[in-house]
Design a protein around this ligand. Structure first.
Ligand code: HEC
Ligand code: HEC
Length: 347
């Protein structure tokens, strides 16, 4: 009996140590990583496993403006109908509020459209983590037969024929309109899509009254239950791969398994990567319903319950789920000085 307790004790300590290791080394990973963080990130007041989004990001404003125009331009698609902004609507959560977007053939897409906000802080792009840079991601979206469905041979002449693009590209890039400069302009604009100043970030920066006691409780549960082991750092996610369904088989419960459900397996072809996904960012999660890569859940509360069952092997008391939801809603930030909101009309 006592041996059991000792072994249990040692196991528990090891678990705590692993957890502490992840949590404590995470900030080091962020600061040594590719992301250049302006001083405001490092100046945060609280020593927590979640870091505030910098209040500003320094980028060439001319490229941002040009990229914004491209992002909103349906000419970037083969049939001149679908702009990036159709599926990634910036006035909302940076997505489209649909379980699956409508493709350029008018059919539902294969996977839920993630938000484009804060994607600069994700270590890879897409649910399966297929791309390391925003440039490669943008090119994939342009060529994707369900999204842009275009080619460079088709797109570049269209842009060159446009007086605004011709003039503006030449004034910024000596080489003019090329694959590289188009992707650079789009990616630079995407880097500007950060949502700082959420109430939770205000709290991290030292304003104790920015979040309520119930929201603080929710954050405590987020750490105590171990959500934080997967969702942490500046994006509260976006920096790890994890299997979906660690403690129970989500996919056989849901049924109708499709190729898109294989996740990272579709990138590596390795069996260990089947059902593995990039852990999504929980920034603005209060306004980016529906949830999960299949867009199957409308309710954030239900998603939290699912996470507990499938990722932590536990069932949470209702009261804890409610507080966790309150906490997650404090992660909604601002774009161009305005708080993001959800498009109710689409729900
Ligand atoms: C028809 C809808 C649609 C259009 C149009 C579209 N996207 Fe997407 N976008 C998606 C979907 C769906 C995904 C997820 C793909 C996946 O995980 O395989 C995605 C993923 C992304 C991501 C990765 C986000 C993340 O968290 O991983 C970025 C960035 C992005 N798109 C930018 C763009 C840009 C730039 C354009 C225009 C060139 C564009 N999108 C056009 C639907 C669309
Ligand atoms: C072992 C890692 C892991 C743990 C622990 C974990 N998650 Fe997740 N979380 C994921 C992955 C992976 C996904 C993406 C699932 C999918 O494929 O759709 C996800 C998705 C989510 C989503 C949906 C995000 C979106 O935009 O669709 C929410 C909300 C969420 N998690 C909250 C939580 C909460 C709250 C906890 C703690 C109760 C938690 N997670 C624990 C890995 C984890």
């Amino acid at each position: 009996m006592s041996v059991c307790i000792i072994i249990n004790g040692i196991l528990y300590m090891l678990m705590r140590l692993t957890y502490l290791f992840i949590v404590l080394t995470f900030p080091l990973l962020v600061f040594s990583g590719g992301i250049s963080s302006p001083a405001s990130t490092t100046n945060h007041y609280k020593n927590e496993p979640i870091l505030p989004i910098p209040l500003t990001i320094s980028l060439d404003a001319r490229k941002v403006k040009l990229g914004e125009r491209l992002f909103n331009d349906p000419q970037l698609s083969h049939n001149n109908l679908l702009a990036c902004s159709n599926c990634h609507q910036l006035l909302l959560g940076g997505d489209d509020g649909l379980a699956r977007s409508i493709t350029n053939q008018g059919k539902p897409d294969l996977i839920n459209a993630p938000t484009v906000f804060n994607s600069v802080y994700n270590f890879r792009q897409t649910w399966r983590g297929a791309f390391r840079t925003l440039e490669l991601q943008a090119e994939a979206d342009l060529k994707n037969p369900r999204h842009g469905a275009t080619t460079w041979d088709e797109l570049l002449p269209k842009l060159i024929a446009n007086v605004y693009y011709k003039k503006t590209f030449h004034s910024i890039y000596p080489e003019g309109i090329t694959r590289k400069t188009v992707l650079n302009a789009i990616a630079t604009f995407e880097k500007s899509l950060i949502t700082p100043n959420s109430r939770f970030d205000q709290y991290l920066r030292g304003d104790e009254s920015a979040i309520t006691n119930d929201e603080k409780k929710g954050y405590l549960y987020f750490k105590q239950y171990g959500c934080i082991a997967c969702h942490q750092g500046v994006n509260v996610g976006g920096n790890l791969f994890q299997k979906f369904g660690l403690f129970a088989d989500y996919f056989s419960v849901r049924g109708n398994i499709k190729k898109a459900d294989y996740g990272r397996f579709n990138v590596t072809g390795e069996e260990k990567d089947r059902f593995v996904f990039r852990v999504p960012s929980l920034r603005n999660v209060g306004v980016t319903a529906p949830y999960l890569h299949d867009g199957s859940l409308d309710s954030l509360r239900k998603t939290i319950e699912f996470m507990a069952i499938y990722q932590l092997g536990t069932t949470l008391p209702d009261e804890h789920v409610i507080k966790l939801e309150l906490f997650l809603n404090t992660l909604t930030g601002e774009y161009k000085g305005q708080s993001l909101f959800m498009k109710e009309a689409l729900r």
